[in-house]
Design a protein around this ligand. Structure first.
Ligand code: PLP
Ligand code: 3DJ
Length: 395
């Protein structure tokens, strides 16, 4: 087995680690799948924004540059991370709020159909919002109950689809097992049943190659504080395929979604562009942080990032296997995202003791430890050091 230092020495992305703030007091940070590290460029950009733009331009900043940021940075993110042509992606709100908007919009483009399909393994916010939107619209939730590791496949989804299917909401990478769903075949299956699909890309944006336009995805959302490294609470993204734009009506249609923002007219007319997904005043500093994160990913290239992610996760699996720990993440690289999950009866205690020893993983109820491997910032040496601590504690 190659040493982790050999693997780092031949890693084409190795130099990117220096572009981030690395806390030398930590042995290993294995939680970039929950909150990514801080890019140095973002520190500088935000300091300049505060000093020169906020401090210097005050209200003039809106018309000089800030007003278009949700769309221009949305376009940058769409092009670099999502395979999305311009005019279909915005940066706004949280993933949860965008999901709420898109669930309503998606249900609205399939009038006469009354079911929303979701799997029981999906992230809590996705499940709760589907229930809430179904309640509000008098629709029914149809649950799919896959195995955690194999997760949602065409065979699992097919029996839940039919003439009543309006919307299907799926997460591209399962937040617990790390399973990567087959976006192409599942999207095609939903379309064959006449429904539309919303993909939650929180755990794949910036780390898995995604082709929303080419695969004819209808709607998508995702967060930017994980592999996009935009910081805690950074605004999320939302994508609406151009063919749905005219019919996509969202329920928080505030003044920022209006056709003419500063006309402040008596009657509401919705913007014909992707701006119709906005609601209120956008968080400028947060969007600038997203822009810096996106530019680092564009510079490295998602293809290279994905290649390193596969190598890092394979390496972690090898080390965990050697120690005899139970892994619930698929072993086939094409079937996993960028975290590896261990199941252990003492997972909570182990995760706490890892933190005491300078290794940050995360714990998910009831018995899972997730090891997030973020290709721009996690070195092979760091992964090895963190896993060695886990193995030592588990012995
Ligand atoms: C799949 C998935 N969807 C949504 C969210 C959260 O969304 P929000 O940023 O609104 O809390 C997360 C993580 O927090 C997630 O893992
Ligand atoms: N969004 C989070 C938060 O606000 C606090 C703590 C953690 C998170 C997370 O990102 C959780 C994450 N989406 C998960 O996969 O579990």
């Amino acid at each position: 087995m190659a040493t982790p230092h050999d693997l780092d020495a031949t890693d084409p992305l190795n130099g990117f680690r220096d572009r981030f703030v690395i806390d030398d007091d930590l042995v290993a940070y294995l939680d970039g799948n929950s909150l990514g590290r801080l890019p140095k460029a973002t520190q500088e950009r935000l300091a300049a924004f505060v000093r020169e733009e906020w401090g210097g331009r005050l209200i003039r900043g809106w018309t000089e540059s800030w007003v278009d940021l949700p769309v221009t940075v949305g376009d940058e993110l769409g092009a670099a991370l999502l395979g999305a042509a311009a005019g279909q992606t915005v940066i706004a709100d949280s993933t949860s709020v965008n999901l709420y908007k898109l669930l309503h919009a998606a249900a609205g483009v399939r009038p006469g159909r009354d079911e929303i399909v979701i799997d029981a393994t999906n992230f809590p916010t996705d499940r709760y919002l589907v229930e809430s939107v179904a309640r509000a619209r008098g629709m029914t939730v149809r649950w799919v109950t896959p195995d955690l590791v194999d997760n949602v496949t065409v065979e699992v989804l097919r029996p839940a689809l039919g003439e009543r299917t309006a919307v299907v909401l799926l997460s591209h990478v399962d937040y617990r097992s790390g399973t990567l769903l087959d976006l192409a075949s599942l999207t095609a299956e939903v379309h064959a049943a006449g429904g539309v699909v919303i993909w939650d890309l929180c755990h794949s944006a910036g780390v898995v190659e995604i082709e929303l336009d080419a695969l004819e995805v209808d709607f998508a959302v995702g967060c930017t504080y994980k592999y996009v490294n935009a910081g805690p609470g950074a605004p999320a993204f939302a994508y609406v395929a151009e063919r749905h734009l005219a019919a996509a009506e969202q329920p928080i249609a505030g003044w920022w979604s209006a056709a003419d923002l500063f006309a402040m007219s008596d009657t509401y007319e919705s913007s014909p562009t992707i701006r119709r997904l906005l609601s209120g005043t956008p968080p400028v500093a947060g969007i600038l942080a997203v822009q810096q994160g996106v530019r680092l990913i564009a510079e490295a290239g998602v293809e290279q990032i994905r290649a390193k992610s596969e190598a890092l996760t394979a390496y972690a699996i090898e080390l965990l296997d050697e120690a005899g720990l139970e892994i619930v993440t698929p072993r086939e690289p094409a079937l996993r995202g960028s975290h590896v999950t261990v199941r252990h009866p003492d997972a909570r205690r182990l995760a706490e003791e890892m933190v005491e020893r300078g290794v940050v993983p995360d714990f998910r109820e009831p018995d899972l430890i997730r090891l997030g491997l973020s290709p721009l910032t996690t070195s092979f040496a760091e992964a090895a050091a963190g896993i060695a601590v886990l193995v030592g504690l588990a012995e």
